[in-house]
Design a protein around this ligand. Structure first.
Ligand SMILES: *Cc1c(COP(=O)(O)O)cnc(C)c1O
Length: 360
């Protein structure tokens, strides 16, 4: 049970399915594993997995997330980016039929030391993760061929694939995209086997049309994976709406101030509205005066500093009454716009707003 809050999240799962369709159009020759880590970027992992029943599989970061999906009837292939860290986690990978990514030599050694891997019955599928430039998880390119051979010699491994991750695909002009791609293609040609390279930014740019599995995250939730491109221009529809209510209207005089630090000072006599939404609900405290917000269907702006449980909005030329709906992001304002106003990325805002949700 999470703490009850007044601000509300709404989800449009038709938009989610529409966005999956966009992935299919952009990557027609690949299977799709929607990335539903971090409670599906705050959208509810199980609800999203169920809504995306036409997906070919799913991906999560950690074993516990994958087990939760299995225990709630999700039957498709599930990739676990962080793989296993000890023999009991490896056992769970086999028991729950998960696809771990192996990104360290010691994980390979755990695999080789496992009794289960001597028998075909294990039927484990694995990804070998290579660091082509991200510098996070993955073997170095020079380690891949030997590691690949070691994996092939394990009777308990059924299918294996090569996986990597782009570091700068949100910037189409970045030279590293082509460098990572060349490196990955060389290794994939040497190894044979399945391949998986693209996140949302790689999919939208169609950097590698020839890969077996793509791994879209943010684009499924309807935010843009590319700098300087709107989600709308990429044919994506927002899934999450963060909304709240107007709870008070104050008629202020010229020179009156609003909120902590007196960050807003009225330039004239004016009405301001108070909304029951704050940083405790995942609305970013870094959003400044002027950040767009929709009040009763009309475009308005944030005034002054964001509080824990409330914000002030400009009601000049807005028709509104207490109780009317306020949209912080959703269909009328992209979460990308709010992220930019708060000097962060949509990913962070979606995850944080979704912290209110149960893992269900
Ligand atoms: C999170 C993640 C993705 C999804 O990235 P998006 O930018 O949200 O599409 C894909 N692959 C890996 C390895 C990830 O960690």
């Amino acid at each position: 049970m999470t703490a009850p809050r007044a601000a509300h999240l709404n989800f449009d799962f038709d938009a989610l399915q529409h966005n999956l369709q966009r992935v299919r159009e952009l990557a027609p020759d690949s299977s799709v594993m929607p990335v539903i880590k971090a409670n599906a970027y705050g959208h509810g992992m199980l609800a999203v997995a169920r809504a995306l029943e036409s997906a070919d599989g799913f991906a999560v970061a950690q074993l516990a997330e994958a087990i939760h999906l299995r225990q709630h009837g999700i039957d498709k292939p599930i990739t676990v980016f962080q793989g296993f860290r000890d023999p009991s986690q490896l056992e769970a990978m086999v028991a729950f039929r998960l696809w771990p990514a192996i990104s360290q030599i010691w994980q390979l050694e755990l695999l080789e030391a496992s009794q289960a891997m001597q028998s075909k019955a294990a039927g484990l599928n694995v990804w070998l993760k290579v660091n082509t430039g991200m510098g996070r998880l993955g073997l170095l390119p020079g380690q891949v061929e030997a590691a690949w051979q070691r994996i092939q010699s394990l009777t308990g491994v059924q299918q294996s694939g090569l996986m990597s991750h782009f570091a700068n695909a949100d910037d189409p002009l970045h030279a590293s995209n082509q460098q990572q791609l060349d490196c990955f293609r060389d290794l994939a040609a040497t190894c044979g086997g399945l391949t998986s390279l693209s996140n949302s930014a790689g999919i939208v740019q169609q950097l590698e049309p020839n890969q077996n599995w793509v791994r879209p995250g943010i684009m499924l939730y309807g935010a843009s994976p590319i700098k300087d491109k709107t989600a709308e221009s990429l044919g994506l529809k927002p899934v999450m709406q963060l909304r709240a209510e107007l709870i008070a209207i104050n008629q202020l005089k010229k020179g009156d101030t609003v909120g902590y630090g007196y960050q807003w000072c009225c330039p004239e006599d004016m009405p301001i509205g108070i909304v029951n939404l704050g940083y405790a609900d995942g609305y970013p405290r870094h959003a400044a005066t002027g950040t767009p917000i929709v009040v009763n269907g009309q475009m308005s702006q944030l005034l002054g500093r964001v509080s824990m449980d409330s914000i002030a909005v400009d009601l000049r030329n807005i028709s509104a009454a207490p109780g009317c709906t306020v949209e912080a992001w959703g269909k009328q304002i992209s979460v990308d716009v709010i992220a930019e106003a708060a000097d962060t990325i949509s990913y962070e805002l979606l995850c944080r707003a979704g912290c209110q949700l149960d893992i269900e």
